[in-house]
Design a binder for this molecule. Sequence first.
Ligand code: PLP
Length: 385
Amino acid sequence: MVRPPPDAGTNPPTDDPAVESGPLVTAVMVEAAADRLDGCIPATPVEISSRLSARVGATVWLKREDLQVVRSYKVRGAYNFVVQLNEAERTAGVVSASAGNHAQGLAYACAAVGVHGRIYVPRTTPRQKRDRIAALGGDMVELVVLGDSYDDAAEAAASDEVATGATRVPAFDHSRTIAGQGTVLAEAVQQLGAAPDVVVVPVGGGGLLAGTVAWLEERHPEVRVVGVEPAGAACMAAALTAGAPVALAEIDGFVDGAAVRRAGELTYPLVRDGGAELVSVPEGQVCCEMLAMYQSDGIIAEPAGALAVAALGTAISVAPGAGVLCVVSGGNNDVSRYGEVVERALVHEGRKHYFLVDFPQEPGPLSNRSTARKLDLHESAQRRN
Ligand SMILES: Cc1ncc(COP(=O)(O)O)c(C=O)c1O
């Protein structure tokens, strides 16, 4: 049952982001977030996957955040943030920029807590996502479509914050957001009745991974934690190599939820000190996994939602018989993307090839013997690879 949120006067104590010493997010903060979410944001199931268990020779459980009320875990951080606003902050409202799941989580949180939110999205945001944000937020949310990229929307949200005094709700780089995301793991361990041997989570800006290590490090330090990034946007690995968050020059935006250019200033030290391993998975492998999940398991995962699962048995191997908990983080896949998903999967598996053939722009070369020979050579070389 969903209970009404506490009002500003009766909130549990808030997490102060300006912690003077010690870690920025602690297990106690994650547990306090879980208490705030209890009865307001539904728990999601943990299910065993026989297909993935057979693949890795271990017991694999999936934490089904694709079944969350906004079809991703992002509502946890957003709700934990909004519900802690004081009376004045609630009156001034909140503002954020997001091209996807954070916006949906925030819209839900605004409607649930009764706080007005303005959410900026770029024009590239698919109609399906805009409609979901509007439906979830109802009268409490104003959707502003502006600019051609996420950066344009983020700039507009920052100016809005200065001009209106609304509180900006970060998608990953805030202790309240991180603590909220950490409840995914705390909830799953409670559901399992014991900590698994290995935990696998997707990584974008690092909010989910930071919340995960913050909680596990104190409560179950023996657990091996692996964060999975898309190969085309591995910003947390880049931060670990550079010793600080750095902006990636180029990113592949395909795994949209997790395609982040720069790791968070707060998530990075939590991940660095939390001892998580980081691996990356090619986008084509993510597509293969999305299709396998759809066809074999009946799970609709968006690219970021399939990211952690795609690493099992490829980038990650586990000890035989181990217990592995893997987070399916979201299921907001726009149906129009499946064409590209199938295409990328076929190319990744080597079942589809593209050939570039140079020939003169004049009549005849396609029937000419040397062009035909070149085509043959390309094709047999491709077949060998
Ligand atoms: C479905 C999904 N998975 C993973 C991520 C990565 O999140 P984080 O920034 O917490 O690392 C996101 C971010 O929006 C997401 O929407």
